[in-house]
Write a protein of this length. Structure first.
Lengths: 69, 301
């Protein structure tokens, strides 16, 4: 007979950190797409800014993942 | 129709056999780099060997491609000049005119070095050739230098030291102290009873900013680079273990992009940290310096 049907494993520290990072990266992309929609000629400049913002937002996920136990 | 299927069937049988066998060893890369041999008391890990190989390759390739700079550029020289011009356009307004001549070689070297080191994990042979000492565990012969925490910490330490020396030389200790601890309120507009307590607050804020400069910035730089490259290496190994043929291909392209972005972000951040203190001559025209000045005591992560 099965005594264990489902379980959640892993650590919540990494999960929460990555959740925040994912939301941040998504927001950066959201605002980038909106800006390009307003001003399609500035597409490359907006791309550079968006990628920069995404790199910063993603870094916090690595703190959460690697700074803990 | 059936003959075509019969002809193609032998190509798909290996997939059916390979998948269950490889799925068992779907483990990633361990965080500590394995020592290959010992030089006296010092163990030399596979990441350290990769730093030497990539540095040597960079020196040789750039020498061959650019050669002696001529007035009418050869194609290799034009390529290198294009890249230098692109980086200078981005980094120049951030650092300011006083320090750009001395700081630009540092930033260019950082960018190219980190870029090729990040991409070294994609070269065939890195991460796949294994060796072992006698009966010990299998170790990779080569591993990207930034997939090891030591690599990124060492790089960040060197870059940060260079940045600090540049800032001390071009901004001077007086400017630094005024920028960190000085009272930024306007003496004419603020009444005296408020001005002097504000000075005290700004001194404490300066102490916080010292913590941010000497702790938060190196940690954030090294962790960002390490996390991205180690995560990419881990991902590639896991995907290769699940299905060796075809599945890692989109992840290779993602690693290409990540390599470029992380190299660019590292160089740009070092330039921002230098420019915060040296870029006073041209005024705070650009958005990033304004953004950082508006929040004293917190640093960009």
């Amino acid at each position: 007979m099965h005594n264990l049907i489902a379980e959640i494993t892993g650590n919540i520290q990494g999960g929460l950190g990555c959740l925040g990072a994912a939301i941040g990266v998504g927001m950066s992309g959201l605002k980038g797409a909106e800006a390009v929609g307003r001003n399609p000629d500035a597409s490359t400049k907006i791309l550079v800014q968006s990628i920069l913002g995404m790199a910063f937002a993603e870094a916090v996920a690595f703190y959460a993942l690697f700074l803990g136990k | 129709m059936t003959t075509r299927v019969l002809k193609l069937a032998p190509f798909f049988c290996p997939l059916a056999i390979a998948t269950p066998a490889f799925a068992e060893e779907a483990h990633g890369v361990e965080t500590m780099a394995a020592p290959l041999f010992k030089l006296g008391p010092l163990p030399i890990t596979n990441s350290m060997v990769m730093t030497w190989i990539v540095a040597l390759a960079l020196v040789i390739v750039i020498r061959i491609v650019a050669g002696r700079p001529k007035l009418v550029p050869s194609r290799g020289q034009a390529l290198v000049e294009d890249m230098i011009g692109w980086l200078k356009d981005i980094v120049g307004p951030v650092i300011g005119q006083t320090a750009i001549k001395a700081a630009f070689p540092l930033l260019l070297a950082l960018f190219i070095y980190i870029l090729i080191q990040n991409w070294s994990g994609l070269v065939p042979g890195v991460g796949t050739l294994l060796m072992r000492h006698g009966d010990g565990p299998w170790m990779e012969l080569a591993r990207p230098a930034h997939a090891d925490m030591n690599g990124t910490i060492a790089l960040t330490f060197c870059a940060f030291l260079a940045g600090t020396i540049l800032v001390l030389r071009f901004a001077g200790p007086k400017t630094i102290l005024i920028d960190l601890f000085g009272n930024k309120a306007n003496k004419d507009e603020v009444p005296a009873a408020l001005y002097y307590p504000l000075s005290l607050i700004f001194i404490v804020v300066g102490l916080l900013e010292l913590v941010s400069i000497f702790f938060a910035r190196p940690v954030s730089l090294s962790f960002r680079l390490y996390g991205n490259i180690f995560g990419g290496e881990n991902l590639l190994h896991s995907m290769s273990a699940i299905l060796r043929w075809g599945l890692p291909i989109p992840f290779y392209f993602m690693e290409l992009l990540v390599g470029i972005v992380q190299a660019f972000v590292f160089a740009l951040l070092i330039s921002v940290y230098i420019g915060l203190l040296t870029n006073h001559g041209d005024g705070h025209g650009h958005a990033e310096a304004d953004h950082h000045d508006a929040k004293p005591g917190s640093a960009p992560h």
